[in-house]
Design a protein around this ligand. Sequence first.
Ligand code: 6PG
Length: 464
Amino acid sequence: MAGNYDFGLVGLGVMGRNFILNVADNDFSAYGLDTDPDKVASLKQEGEGKKVSGTTDKLDFINQLATPRKIMLLVPAGGPVDAVIRDLRPHLDKGDLIIDGGNSFFTDTDRREEGLRENGIYFIGSGVSGGAKGARFGPSIMPGGAKEAYELVRPIFEAVSAKVDGTPCVDYLGQKSAGNYVKMVHNGIEYGLMQLISEMYAVMKSGLGLSNAEMHSTFDQWNHGRLQSFLVEITADIFTKKDELSDADLVDMILDKAKQKGTGKWTSQNAMDLGMPIPTIDAAVSMREISAMKSMRVEADEKYDDNVGESVVPSVDDVEQALYFSFIVTYAQGMTQLAAASEEYGYGLDMETIAKIWRGGCIIRAGLLEDMRSAYDADPGLKSLLLDDTMADMVKSTVGGARKVLSYAIATGTSMMGLAASVSYFDAFRSGRLPLNLIQAQRDHFGSHTYERTDREGIFHTEW
Ligand code: 6PG
């Protein structure tokens, strides 16, 4: 039996409820499913007057949806996604579509897509970014899978997504798990940018002695300049929040242990598999891990004096340059990983499309994304953003500030793994000759692993 509802959504947690209300606001009728009656009730309450309803009964859910059914899952990644698919599959018709909107690991998406395809059911793995607010008022959506499957849901996704100058922040990205892969790297970049912002906070706090109020105005000012971005904007906001349980500012009362759900780590792990260097993102993952070792850090803090040197304190402008420089380097690393993954997994990714749909709605949205989009528009085969002339100019004009901040950090014992990785990545990337000839010599010396020469073709070995 089929009904009239345009869109179904499974999982009426905050993200699910907000997404389905967004769908209804855009004049598509939508029906929700959740095993928790309270969640169904709150959807009905919030959706009063809109073309939205819900149920706890999966058969009722299936029967209310117009065919081909378009069913989006917003349930936790992993086992719950498989469980919902197992539950729904026997009741679906050929040509129906399931969309997984969670942060699923990309190989899980490939397995699910293949399994459902055998039954004539479409499956799209789609990243959705922007948190609860984004889901409600316009996220960035990153779908991958069969192109004809995307066409079924395209009008709905284009309507609900964020818009930049009228352009929807959603587009078909590529075959198979392309959507989840792009979202994974989005999150890796997110980790990198967040780490870099926290490092600039550290230098402005301890080096420049900025108060939280001054920190607020500095980040706010940056957000109105070339660093305009969602993460800089919310950082400015954070410094204005008073604690409700003490007289302090809330930021000062928050424990310095950063948690993670794994998408940044997956980005680093897969970059290693692809042989693609993304050291800023690796550093961001490592820093979350180091932050978690709180008791060991406290013990070490007592053991080692602050017996560190002095250095010229960088200016706020230097810090702004350092952040801008390292933001560019982080995006550049993520984009080269995406290009390599596209080759390896046959996604057929288009870099300009990715930059385009990241300009709005998502956590890493930033003014810089428009510059990146133009770079890929001018040269679709661009191998690295750092090779684009406009990007190169931005990098050249800011690397000086990055070096000053990093020198200060090293001299004063301020940990800056993200900035250090960014500067070193850049310096290695721009070196026509690296000292790794010596590594080749060592390998040949101890293991006869051979080497190539600078002056002639061929493979050589020396009896050292
Ligand atoms: C987004 C976010 C979202 C999630 C973060 C948090 O794009 O909306 O990336 O997917 O909130 O990934 O991740 P961690 O818990 O690993 O920091």
